[in-house]
Design a protein around this ligand. Structure first.
Ligand SMILES: NC(=O)c1ccc[n+]([C@@H]2O[C@H](COP(=O)([O-])OP(=O)(O)OC[C@H]3O[C@@H](n4cnc5c(N)ncnc54)[C@H](O)[C@@H]3O)[C@@H](O)[C@H]2O)c1
Ligand SMILES: N[C@H](CO)Cc1c[nH]c[nH+]1
Ligand SMILES: [Zn+2]
Length: 437
């Protein structure tokens, strides 16, 4: 770890282009090569169905793969193996996540917009959803909870979970247990772009879904973006890629806590990015020392060290400037480690999820505070929402007018139709109002 070189830099001493560079995400996103690899995988699955998915699973994940589905007997056998302590932890997380998401149940509404005219906003659960659970470098049963719980609460009638098998074909018992708790209908053992293609287009053994949810690596994210733009008419939740954490800390923070949090996201993958913004040069130096010391103790120290190479320790003039820089970066996770941190919330609206105060570690939200850990990355916290219950519904509208109600609006509608030169639009109104006494 002695070779790990993390520099502390002063924000105000950087030129504009250096500042931009500091806030750039690691080279991961839509390179031409990545796009073409994914396009090729999607077309293989579209043309050859299960055969292509199995072949690609053999290539990337499980060399002896022969089929995609996990049978209900295999699911039950896996659940049998689950350790009681793990089952208990999952039950606790299932309860908190359920509590927070159930409170988000959307309400239909009806408004009389003019006398005799009512408009409604209604919600219907999506009929079939695909839930992608990453399984490349770490298996993530917690992500199965984050997707399974809202899909279950919304009442989506078909829920398909896709996750890549390990080299020996296995998946964690914990994922099977979460699938059971959340009433997942089918588990398919495949990952990457081929899993996204199977969910979007369907194969002999997987019927296509209406919307695909879940985070993943660059192949998964690119595949989601491509299928959402082609003619498959499948929707996606958001671009949720490599993990990011931005911590804002002042001298009231504990540098060991800050470093532990930064490392908790750095260990996700070499392409994760973690950033510290602090008005205190002394705090930046102490966090740097802690990062070196704590990183060396991690089982995934090599991965975390690679991520730290994309990481930044930036000294700002004051806390206000740190808040401004965070708004510019729009992190997936934002941790506020300074006293009275709650007071800063009104100025911070561009983050996937915010962790307030010294005793709210980011990993709490990853597992069990109750919030959803599927969050926009790559700066999409500027315009994408964090995953919630309403993402598992479609909102649509209804309107109904009485004969008198239509008469009330007839002038407005016919005038606007004339303005747009659309005679048939106008006639659809006048043909009715001319009959009204
Ligand atoms: N933003 C969020 O909400 C959130 C939540 C959890 C995890 N994550 C992120 O999800 C990611 C998970 O990534 P992962 O790799 O561990 O698992 P993954 O399941 O996303 O990817 C594994 C798959 O990638 C495919 N793949 C690997 N190498 C390939 C290649 N050379 N060509 C084509 N396909 C290839 C394989 O099909 C494999 O099944 C991490 O970056 C983690 O930070 C994000
Ligand atoms: N931090 C990840 C979201 O970016 C989610 C996760 C799953 N397990 C642990 N962490
Ligand atoms: Zn995490």
């Amino acid at each position: 770890m002695s070779t790990l070189d993390i520099k502390v830099q002063r924000w105000n001493e950087l030129s504009e282009s250096e500042q931009r560079q500091q806030l750039a995400r690691p080279q991961q996103s839509r390179s031409a090569e990545l796009k073409s690899i994914v396009t090729d995988i999607l077309s293989q699955v579209r043309n050859q169905g299960d055969d292509a998915v199995i072949r690609l699973t053999q290539q990337f994940d499980y060399p002896a793969a022969q089929s995609l589905a996990l049978s209900s007997q295999q699911r039950a056998e896996l659940i049998e193996q689950l350790q009681p302590k793990v089952k208990q932890a999952i039950d606790t997380a299932y309860a908190t996540i359920t509590r927070f998401h159930a409170a988000q149940t959307p309400q239909d509404l009806m408004v009389e917009t003019a006398t005799g005219v009512v408009c409604e906003s209604r919600y219907a659960p999506l009929k079939s959803v695909g839930l992608y659970i990453p399984g490349g470098t770490a298996t993530l049963p917690s992500t199965a909870l984050m997707l399974g719980v809202p899909a279950q609460l919304a009442g989506c009638s078909r829920k398909v979970l896709a996750t890549p098998p390990a080299k020996d074909g296995s998946i964690p018992a914990a994922i099977a247990y979460v699938a059971e708790l959340c009433e997942i209908d089918d588990i398919i053992l495949c990952g990457g772009a081929q899993a996204i293609a199977a969910l979007a287009y369907g194969t002999e053994s997987v019927a296509p879904v209406d919307k695909i949810f879940g985070p993943g690596n660059a192949f998964v994210t690119e595949a989601k973006l491509q299928v959402s733009q082609d003619d498959s008419a499948v929707a996606i939740d958001m671009p949720a890629g490599p993990s990011e954490l931005l911590v804002i800390a002042d001298d009231t923070a504990n540098p060991a806590f800050v470093a532990a949090d930064l490392l908790s996201q750095a260990e996700h993958g070499a392409d994760s990015q973690v950033i510290l913004l602090t008005p205190s040069a002394n705090m930046a130096e102490r966090v740097r020392e802690q990062l070196l010391a704590q990183c060396a103790q991690l089982s995934r120290k090599d991965i975390a060290a690679q991520a730290l190479a994309n990481s930044r320790l930036l000294v700002t003039t004051d806390l206000m400037q740190a808040l401004d820089v965070s708004e510019r970066y729009a992190p997936e996770h934002l941790s506020l480690q300074f006293d009275n941190a709650r007071d800063a919330l009104p100025q911070l609206t561009r983050a996937g999820s915010i962790f307030v105060g010294h005793y709210t570690p980011e990993s709490g939200g990853d597992y069990a505070t109750g919030t959803n850990h599927v969050l926009p990355t790559y700066g999409y916290a500027r315009n994408y929402s964090s995953l919630g219950l309403t993402d598992f519904y479609r909102r649509y509208t209804v309107q109904e007018a009485t004969a008198d109600g239509l008469k009330q609006l007839a002038d407005a509608i016919t005038t606007l139709a004339e303005l747009e030169g659309l005679d048939a639009h106008k006639r659809a109104v006048t043909i009715r109002t001319e009959d009204v006494q």
